[in-house]
Design a protein. Structure first.
Length: 110
C-alpha cells in the first residue's frame, strides 16, 4: 500500500481524541480502523465522533467504542465498484481487503 495512505489508518485502541485529530488532518472525514494484526475492523467518521460527543462520551474512550463495524470494503478484484459506492453510500474512503480482512489498499473518493 502507498505510504501516503497511512494517514487514513488508526489502530482500534487509539483514544478518540487522537483519532479526531487524525480525521481533521487527513481531509477525508474518515479513518479505517485496524486491529494490531492488520485486519480492518471498522471505520470512524467525524460524524460518528460528533454523535458520541453529543451523547456525553469522553474523548478518552477507545476508537472501538465508537467505530462502525458494518463498513463498506472491497476486494482487489472488484475495485471498479468504488465510484458507484462513493456516491451511493456517501463515503470518502474504501478499504481494499484480502479474504482475511487484512488491508491491501485504500481507495479515496477524491
Amino acid at each position: 500500500m502507498d505510504k501516503r495512505k497511512e494517514k487514513y489508518l488508526v489502530y482500534s485502541d487509539v483514544k478518540l481524541r487522537e483519532a479526531l485529530a487524525l480525521i481533521e488532518d487527513n481531509g477525508h472525514h474518515t479513518l479505517i480502523v485496524l486491529s494490531h494484526s492488520g485486519s480492518v475492523v471498522g471505520t470512524l467518521t467525524d460524524g460518528d465522533v460528533r454523535r458520541r460527543l453529543l451523547e456525553g462520551r469522553l474523548l478518552e474512550i477507545p476508537v472501538t467504542d465508537v467505530m462502525k463495524t458494518d463498513f463498506v470494503a472491497l476486494r482487489p478484484d472488484n475495485t471498479e465498484q468504488a465510484k458507484e459506492l462513493f456516491k451511493k453510500e456517501g463515503i470518502f474512503l474504501i478499504p481494499v481487503v484480502d479474504e482475511n480482512a487484512r488491508l491491501i489498499d485504500v481507495i479515496e473518493a477524491y
